[in-house]
Each structure stands twice: as structure tokens, then as C-alpha cells.
Design a protein around this ligand. Structure first.
Ligand code: ADP
Length: 248
């Protein structure tokens, strides 16, 4: 099953470059409410990715002509800090960042009840402090939690996770090395309660059967992430009560 040519990415026992198994997520830590001046915020460590998200709004739209009479405008800005990668990243927004900002907005929008805030805007700022592959998924996870922290009416959280192909193996949660040296990377965002996919991208080549396996695996990863997102929100809002319950 394991192709030994791919030894750098997976050893003969099926262990990956960072020691994980095929179906293992990197460790994930989410802290809610880290930016004092924002209406909602979250900090996520997703493996070596470190990302901070701040949400402002609903608030008045500037420029005013952007306002919509029947719903709120959602604006997302994904940005990598100059020190977030191994070489200095130009702080000016790249085409990649413009694209990720767009897909992030599209993956978050279906979770929000934007008709509740006509003529307003919600701004989501995603700042990548350290990138290690899968930063769009990690950013979406933190953004959804930050939107919940801001009290925005929503149908569901958005949970995101990638799966990919290393030779014949479909693996969960692609890291930076696997992204660059692997064969395919499929980031997926998912509404876990509504069972709807809101983001599906694919970079690389896979067969139809591998596509289905990859999608299924990514969704199973999203469901694991969802539990961590819920826990982080519960900790902020019911932290003391939870501790008391555990003690009792
Ligand atoms: P994602 O982070 O969502 O996987 P990509 O697949 O485009 O997005 O990027 C994979 C990884 O490549 C990033 O997480 C980051 O570690 C690295 N990377 C992206 N852009 C740059 C850049 N301009 N300079 C150096 N490394 C970068």
C-alpha cells in the first residue's frame, strides 16, 4: 500500500513526515475573544499554522453605495504577515491572498443569516502569523468561531479541513511539505449540522474513486474540527459552569 519512493512523505509503516498516521489531524488549539477592540475574535493554532481573526460589525457600510437593501455585506480579508513564511512575504496583497479572501467569504456566507442585518457590513480580518499548509482551512475555522463570538446570527458553524493524495494514499490534513511535494490537496469547508459543503477546491490530480475517498476523509476531518470549535466557544461562555460541573 505504501510507495517507498514517497519515503520523505511517508515511511514504510505509514507514518507521515511529521509522525502522523494517515487519518490523523495535526493538533488544534482555539482561543476565543483575544482582540479587545473587535466585536468577535479567535486565535487558532492548527499544527504550526498560527492565525488570528478579528470580526467587526454588523456596522455601517463605507463606501455607502456598497450597502444592500435586503441583507448584510460580508467582507473578508486574508493576509499573510511578512514573517509568516520561510522567506519574507511581500506585505502587499498577492493574487493568492485575493483568491483566498474570496473563497473564505463564500465558504462562510451560507452559515450566516445576513438578511437579519440589512444595509450593514461585517468585516472579517484573517491575519496569518505563521503558515504551514492549510492556512485557508485554519483561517475559516477561526473566522467562524470569531463570527459566533461576535454574536452574528448563524445557521451553523463552518468547519474546514483538507485531505489529499500522497502516491496511492489518501491522507487527512495536508501539511506544508505534503502540499508542496504531494500529489493532490483538497481543502473542504462544511456545515456539520446542515451537512452542506461550502468550499471544495482541488490542486493536483486524482481519479474519480480517489476524489470520493478524499472528500469523505476531508468531511470526517471537518467533523473532528467542529468539536474543537464548539469546545472553544463553550470554554469562553460557559467556562466556569463547565469547571463546576466537572468538579461536582
Ligand atoms: P493553504 O495555506 O491554504 O494550504 P496554499 O496551498 O496556497 O494555501 O499554500 C500552502 C502553503 O505554502 C502555505 O500554507 C504557506 O506555508 C506556503 N506559502 C504560501 N504562500 C507563500 C509565499 N508567498 N511564500 C512562502 N510560502 C508560502
Amino acid at each position: 500500500m505504501y510507495n517507498l519512493k514517497e519515503l520523505a512523505l511517508m515511511d514504510e509503516n505509514g507514518k507521515r513526515s511529521d509522525g502522523r498516521g494517515i487519518d490523523e489531524l495535526r493538533s488544534i488549539k482555539i482561543t476565543v475573544g483575544v482582540v479587545k477592540n473587535a466585536d468577535g475574535s479567535a486565535y487558532i493554532e492548527f499544527g504550526k499554522n498560527k492565525i488570528i481573526v478579528a470580526v467587526y460589525g454588523p456596522r455601517e457600510v463605507h463606501p455607502k453605495h456598497m450597502a444592500l437593501p435586503d441583507r448584510c455585506v460580508l467582507r473578508c480579508r486574508y493576509h499573510m504577515s511578512p514573517f509568516s513564511t520561510d522567506t519574507r512575504k511581500n506585505p502587499a496583497p498577492s493574487r493568492r491572498e485575493v483568491e483566498i479572501s474570496k473563497v473564505m467569504r463564500e465558504s462562510l456566507e451560507p452559515s450566516l443569516i445576513l438578511s437579519d442585518y440589512p444595509r450593514a457590513v461585517i468585516d472579517v480580518f484573517v491575519e496569518v502569523l505563521q503558515a504551514d499548509g492549510g492556512s485557508r482551512c485554519a483561517g475559516i475555522n477561526a473566522a467562524s468561531v470569531a463570527l459566533a463570538d461576535a454574536g452574528i446570527n448563524m445557521r451553523d458553524l463552518v468547519s474546514a479541513c483538507a485531505a489529499g493524495r500522497l502516491s496511492e494514499n489518501i491522507v487527512l490534513d495536508i501539511n506544508d511539505l505534503e502540499d508542496k511535494e504531494g500529489d493532490a490537496d483538497m481543502p473542504v469547508a462544511y456545515l456539520p449540522n446542515l451537512e452542506q459543503v461550502t468550499l471544495l477546491q482541488l490542486d493536483g490530480k486524482i481519479t474519480t474513486a480517489q476524489f470520493s475517498e478524499c472528500l469523505e476523509k476531508a468531511i470526517s476531518g471537518c467533523k473532528l474540527v467542529y468539536e474543537i470549535q464548539k469546545e472553544a466557544l463553550m470554554k469562553k461562555y460557559f467556562g466556569n459552569e463547565l469547571e463546576l460541573k466537572e468538579e461536582a
